[in-house]
Unconditional design. Structure first.
Length: 583
């Protein structure tokens, strides 16, 4: 079991000042990773001192915390301090030097980051000096490019437990890279001309906080772009570290896997119907049938003739919305206009035989964006649950400029105490391969590969108009779908993604007294749970609802994969006695 200590009293004082509290995002980070957890105030944790792995994001002065955690680790539990030492230097076996606001990690071949490719750009970290008995992983590079000897992760054995430090402020890093800066003006373009985002149109890519030089890479000596998902690779390193801490304390690691049926990653295609050309729409649908794939159609107003809608819906595709706020087209950024256009599309659907009762998904025309989280609030009020406007509009800023290919729930502003919002942001990775100046086919394949590497969603946008304008788009589209399928990716609509993600969030899996305890808010078919290697007994496959048990490798660790169908409520599965401690 994972326990998270955070200082709620301090958080309330910070919110009263109108400032963000990034550590409040930790529960969401763990939930997205499929890990069971409990949150604690310092006072409540001190009274219980629960066994397992305790993540410390903030303490108070209510106790002699170094002595408390020294004894805690000696009893066989583990400590993970994140973003700073929180006064636990002696327990962690380090000396806190100072804090920094931004930097990068060079892992220098460290096993915890084996196979990772990103720059590990972060926002907020402690610089520490480890003691001789403390194991150190990675080194931190400062914003000015200065390399340091300060480690990113340290581990110090403490009897049968471990005291670990992840020096980087992961919650702040996740939020800043995923959500970006507030968009109030054009962003700063790339020096090489490949990311000319200063085009006098305010967009999602004007908000990016990544670095044009240090955070991009290229395919086949092409134009550099954001090829590697920094947030997702940070998550994988965190999972490896959490698994190691569980292993050190002889506790079983349990994780609700990202996808059902043991699937490693998912593909998704959306369309922006700019121009609403009927011939192009029919060409697009012919290719969708050829590729045998269902997609999400983001329709811009005034929309299509009814017969186009009928074919799209009859073929099983999702009807979605494409909000137009581009000034050059006579539109503007305004909640009233957003609702007006959305209502127009909903009215068009209302009379259709297969028409959707509700529109679930949106992507803004030209990925328009202004402000911070205000647009997410518009979506919440309008019933939009998947938003796809976080992406790049230029050749050099496609890819993982939001740091992730996992749909995530953003955090609201300080005025709302940084609550978790009720709309998924599903980043758009690239447009219309292989259209020149957008995305080459080798780049598209690389994005599929990298999405699979981090178990996320390979999301490509295809405009139907390009199927009419560029003869090679149609065949390349079919080939890309085939490439993804051969890599094991099913292709889902945005609504499919939402339905699964919401179902998965109702499931909690943890190990208690030698038993895997799964609690599901709803019946869930194909639920996949990962456990430490050797956890499952030989007769597990005979347990009710269990469909398969097999060894797998996930995020670089050998694990056992359990696929099962669970009913609403509690499911109990016996584990091997040797790993039956609570975890």
């Amino acid at each position: 079991m994972i326990h998270v200590i955070w200082n709620e009293k301090r958080a309330n004082k910070v919110w009263e000042q109108g400032r963000d509290v990034y550590e409040s995002y930790w529960p969401e980070m763990l939930r997205q990773a499929g890990l069971a957890y409990e949150t604690w105030t310092p006072e409540s944790w001190l009274g219980k001192q629960p066994d397992g792995v305790t993540i410390v994001t903030g303490l108070d002065d209510s106790a002699d915390w170094p002595a408390v955690f020294q004894a805690y680790c000696a009893r066989g539990s583990s400590l993970l301090a994140v973003g700073g030492t929180h006064g636990l230097d002696d327990v962690l076996g380090v000396k806190n030097v100072r804090d920094i606001h931004e930097g990068w990690i060079d892992w220098n071949g460290a096993a915890l980051a084996d196979g990772m490719h990103s720059s590990f750009h972060f926002f907020g970290s402690a610089l520490v000096r480890p003691n001789d008995e403390t194991e150190a992983h990675g080194t931190i590079t400062l914003r000015n490019g200065t390399d340091t000897a300060h480690p990113a992760i340290t581990l110090k054995p403490a009897s049968s437990g471990t005291a670990a430090l992840f020096a980087v402020d992961l919650a702040r890093t996740f939020r800043l890279i995923q959500q970006g800066d507030t968009v109030m003006k054009d962003g700063v373009p790339a020096d090489d001309g490949s990311g000319a985002i200063d085009d006098d149109i305010l967009k999602a890519d004007d908000s990016i906080v990544l670095d044009w030089k240090r955070d991009r890479d290229s395919v086949e000596d092409g134009v550099p772009f954001f090829l590697h998902p920094i947030v997702d690779e940070f998550r994988l390193v965190l999972l490896r570290l959490v698994h190691r801490l569980h292993e050190k304390t002889s506790r079983t690691f349990a994780q609700v896997w990202f996808w059902p049926e043991g699937v490693e990653a998912v593909g998704h295609i959306s369309h922006d119907t700019d121009g609403n050309l009927v011939e192009a729409a029919n060409m697009m649908m012919d290719r969708l049938n050829e590729a045998d794939v269902k997609t999400s159609w983001c329709v811009i107003m005034p929309g299509y003739p009814e017969d186009v809608y009928e074919r799209v819906l009859a073929d099983g595709h999702e009807m979605a919305f494409h909000y137009n706020a581009v000034p050059q087209e006579g539109c503007y950024w305004d909640e009233g206009l957003f609702n007006e256009q959305l209502s127009q599309l909903q009215s068009q659907m209302a009379g259709m035989e297969n028409g959707a009762e509700r529109i679930w998904t949106n992507k803004n025309h030209y990925l328009r964006w202004e402000g911070d989280v205000q647009f997410y609030k518009w979506c919440e009020k309008a019933g939009i649950v998947v938003e796809q406007s976080k992406g790049g509009t230029k050749q050099g800023n496609k890819g993982f400029l939001a740091g992730t290919c996992h749909p995530y729930l953003p955090a609201s502003d300080a005025a709302e105490h940084n609550r978790i919002m009720n709309v998924y942001s599903n980043p758009t990775l690239a447009w219309d391969p292989p259209v020149p100046l957008r995305c080459t086919y080798p780049e598209a394949k690389a994005l599929v590969d990298r999405s699979k590497d981090v178990y996320g969603v390979a999301h490509f946008l295809y405009h139907p108009a390009t199927f009419k304008m560029y003869p090679d788009v149609g065949p390349t589209f079919v080939e890309l779908i085939r490439y993804g399928k051969e890599a094991g990716l099913p292709w889902w609509t945005a609504l499919d993604l939402y339905n699964w993600l919401e179902l998965r969030r109702t499931v909690d899996a943890r190990v208690e007294a030698g038993t895997l305890r799964i609690v599901a808010g709803k019946a869930c078919k194909g639920l996949t749970v990962l456990l430490s290697e050797g956890s499952l007994s030989t007769d597990t496959a005979a347990s009710p609802g269990v469909r398969s048990v097999k060894p797998v490798e996930r995020f670089g660790i050998r694990l056992q994969e359990l696929v099962l169908d669970v009913e609403q409520g509690e499911t109990l599965i016996a584990l091997q006695g040797a790993v039956g401690a609570t975890g």
